[in-house]
Design a protein around this ligand. Structure first.
Ligand SMILES: [Zn+2]
Ligand SMILES: [Zn+2]
Length: 338
């Protein structure tokens, strides 16, 4: 597979895909049932299925029994923290090691021609993006992910919220699981947009944006406020009648799914098989590159399109963004002048 059959590389060595990013087919005009049916496998595989698999592994092999979780205690909290840390280390670490240390696919499908470890920057701890991002992930984000997890598991186990059972309501819960990616996008869009407003941006979200050329370790490199709000998406299942399995799925979609926006590559090569999996990283890569675009995800809920902040990766997308920045600048100048 040659990446130039799927995109182009500029003089700086940055690769970009052909075609344009599109919102989910339900929102495109004119509506096409064929397009929706064609999209369903991409919606389910490989990432949603992966999150479902980790959810089930956790539920059956990791999560303590309900009686234990009826009482808040450090025992099971620290145990969950240890498991989460180990899983994040293996999952994120494997991609980081292969793509950025060993560089197994070199610049194949790589958006930014440069590798962050080829240069130092004083915005990072120890002047090193990888070390900085790695430490922030383990010092702040994974403990906050675990805190969210402990709190909602306790709320379910202690009977503080309704526990909808799979036996009585299988279709409702399956429907809720299908809705989980949409809940994720809507939640992320809202907290993310707020974090881009001053002074919240410079206090909180700037840390995440230090990584202009993100790698897997950048995914959860967040200020603690962001680390908590981001994973708090699972708390929606304390408001919507739900089940802890669905809440764990929602949490994993945030925690493990954060990698999707930060691979830095359009496709990930699977060993020597010659097969690639899609990273789904381009919309969020454009967010790291251009900053004031693509606050949500891939357009499953087209909030960016409705807000006028959608960048589809084309020249037209560039022009729309430039026009919006110009308007914003004029507005600010007028405000300063009056
Ligand atoms: Zn941002
Ligand atoms: Zn990001």
């Amino acid at each position: 597979m040659n990446d130039l059959d799927y995109g182009k590389r500029n003089k700086r060595g940055d690769w970009s895909p052909n075609g344009k990013l599109e919102v989910a087919p339900m929102w495109r005009k004119p509506f096409s049932l064929k397009a929706v049916l064609k999209w369903i496998p991409d919606f389910l595989f490989p990432w949603s299925t992966f999150h479902l698999a980790t959810t089930l592994l956790y539920w059956f092999f990791v999560i303590p029994d309900v009686d234990t979780m009826k009482t808040l205690s450090w025992d099971w909290g620290l145990y969950l923290l240890a498991v989460n840390m180990a899983c994040v280390f293996v999952f994120y670490g494997a991609f980081e090691y292969l793509l950025y240390r060993k560089r197994t696919q070199a610049n194949d499908f790589k958006y930014n021609g440069k590798f962050p470890n080829d240069s130092k920057s004083d915005v990072f701890w120890f002047n090193d993006q990888h070390i900085d991002n790695f430490l922030r992930t383990f010092i702040f984000s994974v403990p906050l992910w675990t805190l969210v997890e402990v709190l909602f598991l306790y709320a379910f186990a202690a009977g503080m919220v309704p526990w909808v059972s799979w036996t009585d309501n299988p279709y409702y819960l399956a429907g809720l699981m299908l809705l989980a990616p949409a809940i994720h996008e809507a939640h992320f869009f809202c907290i993310h947009w707020v974090m881009h407003q001053e002074p919240v941006y410079k206090w909180v979200h700037k840390i995440h944006h230090n990584s202009i050329n993100p790698t897997p370790w950048s995914s959860l490199s967040m200020h603690p406020v962001e680390g908590f709000l981001y994973h708090a998406v699972a708390f929606w299942h304390l408001i919507i009648p739900s089940n802890p399995v669905v809440a764990i799925y929602q949490l994993h979609m945030a925690g493990f799914g954060a990698i999707n926006g930060h691979f830095g590559f359009e496709r990930i090569k699977l060993g020597k098989s010659g097969k690639y999996i899609p990273s789904e990283a381009y919309p969020h890569y454009l967010h790291h590159k251009y900053f004031d675009v693509n606050y949500g995800g891939e357009g499953l809920v087209p909030l960016d399109q409705w807000a006028g902040t959608w960048h589809d990766g084309t020249k037209e997308g560039d022009a729309l963004m430039a026009a919006r920045f110009k308007k914003k600048k004029e507005k600010m100048a007028a405000k300063a002048g009056s």
